[in-house]
Write a protein that binds this ligand. Sequence first.
Ligand code: FAD
Ligand code: SF4
Length: 453
Amino acid sequence: MRARNAEKRKKDFKEVALGLTEKEAVREAKRCLQCKKPMCVTGCPVEIDIPAFISAIREKDFKRGIEVIRRYNMLPAVCGRVCPQENQCQGKCVLGKKNAPVAIGALERFAADFEAKKGVPKKPEKPKLNRRSVAVIGSGPAGLTAAAVLAKTGYKVTVFEALHEAGGVLTYGIPEFRLPRKIIEREIDFVTSLGVEIKLNWVVGKIQTIDDLLKEGYDAVFIGVGAGSPRFMEIPGENLNNVYFASEYLTRVNLMKAGSFPKYDTPVKRGKRVAVVGAGNVAMDAARTAVRLGAEKVYIVYRRTSAEMPARLEEVEHAKEEGVEILFLSSPKEIIGDKHGHVSAVRCDAMRMCEPDESGRRRPECSGNEFILEVDQVIMAIGQTANPLLTRSVKKLRLWGAGYIEVDEEGATNIPGIFAGGDIATGAATVISAMGAGKRAARAIDSYIKNKK
Ligand code: FAD
Ligand code: SF4
């Protein structure tokens, strides 16, 4: 997919990837073999009928293409942009065995953007309200999907969102240069057009508990609060000034518009030499944001090799084009401060990869050498974890690991009527897996309420 010139784009927050033209989309769609047993579908967590939508694009019936996708996926313009397709649908495409797989993600984005150009998506017929109501907590991809599926089934759905804008990580985490706000707003408008009400600035667990909501008359509750709490490395110096947790850094810039401080109230450190620790999508987003805030040098510090990097390939390529330098086999052991308590350098261990263990996984170990990286800002992007604020307020809710909610395959918790899904149940994962969980839980909530009735 074509992208904007790296030198120009790194000075602004406008979208980087340009999407396919009509001609390119039809040509790409013609590569699809229309397999009888399409492996691509098995790689899609929401099981989009991929050959059917590609066939529609091939026939230049773009409207039918997006209609097929929307039957399975509420957020096609988002997924077409941020899904790790190389590990999902495209990773399973038979053409990928010998050549490039069909660019399914790019085609999905093309169909969704076609719909955007033609105006609002066609609203499905609204079924008659069944006089039952469901509370959804959190408006990220899990919550929005659960809400939309339930609304389509006839439930009155209220979404409670802690922040002042809906969308979860899509709004506060993923930067505009990857996912423009207008796209998220459009997808959220689609969900509210189904009759879903979104209450903002509503921290469930503080303002109201889940018990309160059930007593108020909601027949069931879906928890989709994500996993937004910081994780640090627990090395010396992490409490120095100008050490950020990546989500906080990104929230300041994306949601609070810190890049335009003092026009907006929230400030952010504009580092000149920045080290971002980690190599997932969050790390790439933080590094590329630092570039756009004027950093002269941005490093990604990663303790493994390129083969283990969890970020989407496209983001890694774009980051490199924008001048981000990736230091592989490097693990921070101390953040060093100056006399004012500000970051001045990071001491790192040089690592090497061990032979694979019984599970086949290669682990990094210290090589015995170390080096110093002179930087004035450090951004930790080594993962997120569950926030206990809500879960602590629900008596006897069964949790696992670092406070994630235990659910069965359908999203049911150990408490009847309370369901959960997305990152709060799985740990930090992907947009599409959160959507899949929202969809499955919505179906289970429908069965639960019908059985109760
Ligand atoms: P979230 O998106 O986290 O949404 C949870 C919502 O619940 C939030 O809006 C939060 O404010 C709200 N909430 C929390 N507590 C409460 C409460 N007590 N009361 C009310 N509301 C509450 N995945 C990809 O597939 N591709 C990518 O490219 C990608 N890039 C990413 C980049 C970043 C910077 C980050 C942080 C994540 C990225 N991910 C990506 C992961 C993906 O965004 C998440 O897996 C996904 O958003 C999880 O969805 P969710 O609905 O479970 O939670
Ligand atoms: Fe087309 Fe590839 Fe899916 Fe086969 S596996 S239907 S070639 S996209």
